[in-house]
Design a protein around this ligand. Structure first.
Ligand SMILES: [Zn+2]
Length: 473
């Protein structure tokens, strides 16, 4: 069994076990922090953050739909932080993440965690459209709507939020009875937690301001909603998720139009990364062989019809699909074509060339050449987490553990405090049989995850994130 499938499978098992033991709502609620005394006051920022972190750790990151893909995580956070920087919520430590889900939706959790479905990213026709939805969600966080809504329900929240999150996950994994149960509970929660009309109006207003201040096209939000509303045929099965939690009243649409009329509209050119991520997600959404072959055909067709904007993205998508189909020679060709098709510097393109070269390498010399490309990408894009993760992954696959450790030590000195880097470090120390250092790195990892090693040993508390290589050794 290869490492990729192994990781997926063990996650599924852990998830299934946890879901099995956790259907009892009260039991699950015990794992969530208490919300303090009843009284109807808004949660303090600290309480809100703690609650959000707990939900992320206990439910979201271990959900099979959580997209643990460094490139996608880099992209959505980069976009999100362009908006946060233009908001009055700059002091909040936001984290954006992506769920593999074809429905068009985005949601804010307590504490600045904002989730985006792949369906939304693929439906958005421009980066401004995607940004408009993020801006709205940032608006909810900035105005503390969730903190106030949770504060009003301190008494009942303890049970409902825990149980419904479990139910939601059960529904996503399609477990028969639980799923049916979940739908009812989810509906109950969304009614309970639904933002008031005032909240929605405020998030629209604040989100619009953030969108324009960050330099995006303010017309985008209206365009997206108009398409969602009109295109009932195209979106019949996927649109309701967002429309249910964000009903488009005529009033809201009219407000939006009025704001656009009084605002100078900017033209906003989509970033190359927006196109590349969409190609990437098209591949990642269906990784079955027929699905991948289908994608390849679509990309090839796109290139044949020469839709200039997306040529680079189509070649990039082809390279990724080829790698997953174990056609490394074709992947190298497509990755190089993508790289040649644009002058724009891009960590994603450099990374793809390095990865394809590595996959196609037939001997140590060729592997070393691919590693050299990874090293160069890391030097050109020192801030890219995805580049650092891929380079480390390639070093480890090539069994260059001493080199990997030196590189990781440099990364950690550069204030990369995220748990994945300690996880990598522990792996390399383990491979070199350096037990003490391995345990040290593991201890740091648990510290960052906010759990104790003892807790982590129990089945339901396995560290949720192991960086996932996008292909197999
Ligand atoms: Zn909203």
């Amino acid at each position: 069994m290869n490492r990729f499938i192994g990781t997926r499978l063990s996650r599924w098992l852990v998830f299934a076990l946890c879901a099995l033991f956790a259907v009892e709502p009260a039991l699950m609620a015990q794992e969530l922090p208490t919300l303090g005394e009843a009284g109807g006051e808004a949660l303090s920022p600290l309480e809100e953050r703690k609650y959000g972190e707990e939900i992320m750790q206990q439910y979201i990151r271990r959900s099979p739909e959580y997209l643990d893909d460094p490139e996608t995580i880099d992209y959505i956070n980069h976009l999100g932080f362009q908006l946060v920087a233009a908001s009055a919520a700059r002091h909040i430590d936001f984290e954006f993440f992506v769920m593999r889900d074809a429905t068009i939706n985005a949601f804010a959790l307590p504490g600045g965690f904002i989730g985006v479905h792949t369906g939304l990213i693929l439906t958005a026709q421009s980066e401004s459209e995607l940004a408009s939805v993020l801006g709205h969600e940032i608006g909810h966080v900035q105005q503390r709507h969730l903190a106030r809504s949770l504060g009003r329900q301190r008494d009942s929240m303890l049970i409902t939020l825990g149980s419904v999150l479990v139910a939601l996950l059960a529904a996503r994994s399609g477990q028969g009875t639980n799923a049916a149960l979940a739908v009812g509970q989810a509906a109950a929660l969304s009614r309970q937690l639904a933002f008031s009309r005032n909240d929605e109006r405020e998030a629209d207003r604040v989100g619009f301001q953030i969108l324009t201040d960050a330099g995006f096209d303010p017309q985008a939000m209206a365009d997206l909603f108009a398409r969602m509303q009109q295109g009932t045929r195209a979106y019949a099965s996927v649109a309701p998720a967002y429309l249910q939690t964000h009903p488009m009243t005529e009033e809201r649409i009219a407000d939006m139009q009025a704001r656009i009329r009084t605002t100078r509209t900017h033209q906003h050119a989509d970033s190359l990364e927006f196109q590349l991520i969409r190609a990437r997600l098209r591949v990642l959404q269906d990784e079955s062989t027929p699905g991948l072959r289908d994608r390849l055909a679509t990309f090839t067709d796109q290139i044949a019809h020469h839709s200039a904007v997306s040529d680079t993205a189509a070649y990039y998508g082809m390279a990724l699909a080829d790698i997953k189909l174990k056609q490394p020679a074709a992947a190298v060709e497509a990755a190089l074509a993508a790289r040649r098709s644009t002058e724009v510097p891009s960590a994603m393109l450099d990374d793809m060339v390095a990865l394809a070269r590595y996959e196609a390498a037939g001997n140590d010399a060729e592997r070393d050449q691919a590693l050299q490309l990874g090293r160069e990408a890391s030097a050109h894009f020192p801030l890219s987490r995805a580049v650092a993760m891929q380079y480390t992954d390639l070093l480890q696959r090539a069994q260059h553990h001493a080199q990997a450790i030196a590189y990781l030590r440099d990364q950690l000195a550069l204030s990369r405090t995220d748990p994945d880097f300690f996880n990598f470090l522990a792996t390399s120390y383990a491979a070199l049989d350096q037990k003490t250092l391995q345990h040290q790195a593991t201890a740091e990892l648990y510290l960052l995850l906010g759990s104790t090693p003892a807790a982590v040993e129990s089945n339901c508390n396995l560290p949720a994130r192991r960086p996932m290589p996008i292909s197999t050794p």
